[in-house]
Design a protein around this ligand. Structure first.
Ligand SMILES: Cc1cc2nc3c(=O)[nH]c(=O)nc-3n(C[C@H](O)[C@H](O)[C@H](O)COP(=O)(O)OP(=O)(O)OC[C@H]3O[C@@H](n4cnc5c(N)ncnc54)[C@H](O)[C@@H]3O)c2cc1C
Length: 467
């Protein structure tokens, strides 16, 4: 089979300028391959993109941090000579349950968690330890989160701690959620603790947008291009092989394409070029949307960074006071609070106006923090993401398409392919870079030594690539 056919040297187009797309493009630059990132939005960053708050400082539209175990993003940051900009901080976590806020930052807090009987507090702690001891997660693939959590922690712990969390995040889809998803969350959070058992999280000086800028600069300084305000609308395919991407600004020739948005968007781009059964596979993954109401306050609400709201009647599942992580001085001495809600995109709440969203949330916030007054609100913002969280159901691994699409030269590196881990910028970087290496090898017509982690493809490499 021939190698690159459009141009010499070959050109790769990356659809989407989120962390996956930027990481893929950076890796392609390192491989010496010409690359153009095409991003539909005005700015790159995707779900980790930012906006300016009143002080002019940039802030993530959706709260973002890293865990200390997030090695892929840390390696990238180190390659960009930006390790000094990584800030590690201890954070407080808590839970709101039955009209009470409990601190749940350390093992000692857990022993004081009076919402559970003492034996059940111990069971909850033991559950967290057991979760970290799981050797082979594959044994959990066919188990629901609900039955696994009940088995490990018992019914009371499930009712008080886990059911409200799963219901709050996944709503009616909660019973479908796989034990793999919650196991991975427990493992991640447990692995990001300091010696005293407190949680340590990482942030980037200037916010995630400062890192996005560094990634863009690294791509451009190596000859890559980043086009914003340019939506890919179709692919041009001949004899089963991609030749170009069609955008709302014109056509771009391509020897290979890496598509990084959510599956429904991948599906739109491939509709004309692939079988119904493949499109059905893409459609098999369900996504939740997210609405984040951000409040800029003239004072702090509490000392807690991350507060889970264990009451499914609330219109938000978490209160994240960002300025208990990155100090308020970074934002003109304003406290920044996110109220986050995951929901199906056809839920009426998703379409509420910004002011209606605020009005809807305020009474609940007031009941959580009786001292709170609406006069504290200096500004508010609402951000919505249509494809915010793939629903990791049982046997998810077998249902997700591999990174090799049926169209020759088209590779998929999408958030929903991250498994058994859950989506996150750390894994976006891993997925983007591994897919780029695969594409680079394919363009050079070299045998592939190793499949990327994102690709559970069991076919021999040569067959998978149509050689
Ligand atoms: C509420 C929330 C909180 C989160 N918190 C964290 C956190 O604390 N830490 C963490 O690491 N991660 C967090 N994440 C997850 C993280 O943001 C994502 O995993 C990551 O940003 C995904 O990057 P991506 O590039 O794969 O996808 P995306 O960010 O979705 O990027 C896809 C890009 O493709 C573009 N696009 C779509 N269609 C087209 C088209 N037709 N043509 C061109 N471009 C197109 C989109 O505009 C977008 O920029 C959070 C996510 C949410 C929703």
């Amino acid at each position: 089979m021939s190698t690159a056919h459009n141009q010499n040297p070959p050109v790769v187009v990356v659809v989407g300028g989120g962390f996956t797309g930027l990481a893929a493009a950076y890796q392609l630059c390192l491989e010496g391959i010409a690359v153009t990132v095409v991003e539909a939005a005005t700015e790159t960053g995707g779900l980790a993109a930012s906006f300016k708050v009143a002080s002019g400082q940039r802030l993530e539209r959706f709260y973002h941090h890293w865990f200390t175990s997030d090695s892929h993003i840390m390696s990238l940051i180190s390659e960009l000579a930006a390790t000094d900009d990584v800030i590690l901080r201890q954070t407080q976590t808590g839970v709101y349950y039955a009209n009470t806020i409990y601190r749940l930052a350390s093992p000692l807090d857990l022993l004081r968690f009076s919402a559970l009987s003492l034996p059940n507090r111990i069971r909850l702690g033991w559950l967290a330890i057991r979760a970290r001891m799981v050797g082979d997660w594959r044994g959990l693939e066919n188990v629901s989160a609900e039955s696994w959590l009940k088995r490990l922690g018992g019914n009371e712990v499930y009712k008080v701690v886990w059911e409200p969390l799963l219901r709050g995040k996944f709503g009616d889809l909660a019973p479908e959620v796989s034990a793999v998803w919650i196991w991975n969350k427990l493992k991640l959070r447990g692995g990001s603790r300091g010696k005293d058992g407190g949680e340590q999280l990482a942030y980037f000086r200037g916010g995630f947008s400062a890192l996005v800028l560094r990634m863009e600069q690294a791509i451009k300084s190596r000859g890559g291009r980043v086009l914003t305000d340019t939506a890919v609308t179709n692919l041009q395919v001949a004899n089963g092989r991609v030749h170009a991407v069609v955008t709302d600004q014109g056509k771009l020739a391509a020897d290979a394409v890496i598509v990084t948005p959510a599956f429904p968007i991948v599906s739109q781009l491939l509709t004309e070029h692939t079988s119904d059964s493949y499109l059905r596979q893409l459609a098999g993954v369900k996504y939740l949307a997210n609405v984040c109401l951000i409040l800029e306050l003239d004072r702090s609400l509490s000392e807690t960074y991350w507060l889970n709201v264990n009451d499914p009647t609330f219109p938000f599942v978490g209160v994240i006071e960002h300025t208990n992580f990155e100090p308020a001085t970074s934002y003109g001495d304003r406290a920044i609070v996110y109220l986050s809600r995951y929901l199906p995109a056809d839920d009426p709440y998703y379409c509420l106006s910004d002011s209606a969203t605020l009005e809807h949330c305020l009474p609940y916030l007031q009941s959580m923090f009786p001292a709170f007054r609406r006069e504290w609100i200096m500004a508010h913002y609402v951000w919505r993401a249509r494809y915010a969280q793939p629903v990791v159901s049982r046997e998810y691994g077998a249902s997700i398409p591999t990174c090799c699409s049926p169209v020759e030269g088209v590779y998929i590196a999408s958030m929903a392919q991250i498994y058994p881990e859950d989506r996150g910028t750390n894994y976006a970087v891993r997925e983007g870079r591994e897919t780029a290496k695969l594409v680079a090898n394919w363009l050079r017509n070299r045998p592939i030594a190793e499949w990327p982690v994102c690709c559970p493809c069991e076919r021999p490499a040569s067959k998978a690539l149509g050689h």
